[in-house]
Design a protein around this ligand. Structure first.
Ligand code: ADP
Length: 472
């Protein structure tokens, strides 16, 4: 019988406490899936910052410890709270650098570097104060990557001497640049190793990658892509040199949250045998947004952070190029101001055909997956992507760029439509293909059923993570 492993899982966001994007879904579901593995051989504990956006009253909190973290100038007080969901302990770390920041991800990099370096170090110190020694510290993205570097810097500390480290890359492009001051204030020196490009020796993500025993990209294709100049963000050489440590494990989705049979945000629940019920959800969306309620007009959906990465501009241009085809579109997203304006202009230029809902709206997201016919994901890069997996589970067919996790999860012509180059003409071509298939109801239904049958639950990937932890 393998012994229980202690896993400290650090993330900047986790559903249901706070969610901005896919990392929130992952941190809000993978730890449960790991705990639920038969045999209960992983004592995994989640740690997140106590962001201002987290509603205090919704979760019963217990204050478990308080201490000061050494920082140049003045030490900073840390308070740790605990709440449990099921049998998963969740620690929330509070302190001025977190309280002083309004947003989960602040537009000012100095605010975020102070906040997340504080958080990463406080999470490690918390484990020591609770006398709970992790066998593995698993960090996610740049926000928590520094914790792994800090462990390396404390290699002669007996508390950390046996601990192994894993860094998951959900998005390599965000590295935490501009953190020099905060790193130095928390006494984390630049790494002195020519393996890392000079610019990366004082940046959180490269430091975490340098320190990590294992590097996990969130899909097998992304694990390969980040070792190329096109996707490697300048770290491709370093990652190629460490290829033995790099692996790809596909994210999963929480089937209990994303299930059209039980989804309480949908006016009608359905499954693969009752697909026609989707028409009611579609009609409700059409009426609500001033589009004519007509099941025969295909409805495109988009649920996304509005970021260059996601190809919102490509989607807008492609839709503009298809005035001759019948379609409606609902674009749900918030973020980059220029992209929001582009979506708003599309709405103004195509009244009664397009709605731009420029906000974060969890309920509407569920309804878009449940009621639209196709989900547009023309991403320039996509480490894994959850939206396409959720869409497939809801019988909403993804039309997506063949990259990263999109390529690993969508089967072209069977469960979705893929195209190669991230450009409006290529997307428009794929949309025309999709539209012509939509006009063949039998083929369309077959695709919907195949998409719904694809299994993206965490079960398989959780096993892979357990194997990875044990291999360390
Ligand atoms: P990323 O992590 O790059 O943002 P993913 O596709 O992996 O992209 O995950 C996005 C997650 O965030 C999905 O659960 C999606 O439904 C959700 N989401 C994104 N934008 C919004 C929004 N504006 N309103 C509601 N949910 C959103």
């Amino acid at each position: 019988m393998p012994r229980t492993l202690n896993i400290l899982y650090l993330a900047s966001e986790a559903d249901p406490f706070v969610k901005v994007g896919g990392l929130g879904d992952v941190a809000g579901s993978l730890p449960y899936a790991l705990r639920a593995l038969p045999g209960r051989k992983l004592d995994i504990r989640l740690v997140i910052p106590f962001h201002n956006a987290i509603p205090i009253d919704t979760f019963p909190m217990q204050r478990v410890t308080s201490f000061f973290l050494a920082r140049q100038g003045a030490d900073v007080q840390v308070e740790v709270f605990r709440t449990d969901i099921g049998d998963l302990p969740i620690y929330l770390i509070s302190g001025d650098p977190i309280r002083d920041s309004e947003k989960v991800y602040d537009p000012d990099p100095r605010v975020d570097s102070e906040k997340y370096i504080f958080f990463s170090l406080a999470a490690l110190e918390m484990a020591r104060r609770l006398d709970w020694c992790p066998d593995v510290v698993h960090a996610n993205d740049w926000h928590t990557a520094v914790s792994l570097y800090a462990i390396r810097c404390q290699a002669d500390d007996p508390f950390w001497s046996q601990t192994k480290t894993v860094l998951s890359i959900h998005n390599l492009c965000f590295m935490g640049a501009g953190s020099e001051e905060a790193l130095s204030a928390y006494r984390l020196p630049p790494v002195d190793d020519p393996d890392l490009p000079e610019w990366g020796r004082h940046v959180p993500m490269p430091l975490g990658l340098w320190a990590a025993d294992k590097i996990v990209a969130v899909s097998p294709t992304y694990a390969e892509e980040i070792q190329t100049p096109e996707y490697g963000c300048g770290l491709e050489g370093f990652l190629r040199a460490r290829a033995g440590r790099v692996t790809g494990i596909l994210n999963g989705i929480d089937h209990s949250v994303w299930d059209p049979e039980t989804d309480s945000f949908l006016a009608v629940n359905y499954n693969a045998k009752t697909l026609s019920s989707r028409n009611g959800i579609k009609a409700a969306l059409q009426s609500r947004f001033g589009l004519s309620a007509d099941a025969s007009i295909p409805l495109f959906g988009m649920v996304t952070r509005m970021d260059q990465q996601k190809g919102v501009d490509i989607a807008v241009e492609a839709l503009r190029s298809l005035p001759d085809e019948p379609w409606h579109a609902i674009l749900l997203g918030t973020g980059n101001a220029e992209l929001e304006i582009a979506a708003r202009h599309l709405e103004l230029d195509f009244p009664h055909r397009v709605t731009a809902a420029l906000r974060y709206d969890g309920k509407l997201a569920h309804q878009i997956y449940g009621g639209s016919d196709m989900l547009l994901m023309p991403s320039r890069y996509e480490p894994c992507g959850l939206a396409q997996m959720i869409a497939m589970r809801y019988g909403c067919i993804p039309v997506a760029r063949s990259t990263g996790g999109l390529r690993d999860t969508i089967s072209d012509g069977r469960t979705g439509f893929l195209f190669d180059e991230p450009s409006a003409p290529m997307l428009a071509g794929a949309l025309r293909r999709a539209l012509s298939t939509f006009r063949e109801p039998t083929t369309w239904k077959k695709m919907q059923k195949a998409a719904m049958a694809a299994n993206f639950s965490w079960k398989q990937s959780a096993r892979k993570y357990e194997d990875l932890y044990r291999s360390l």
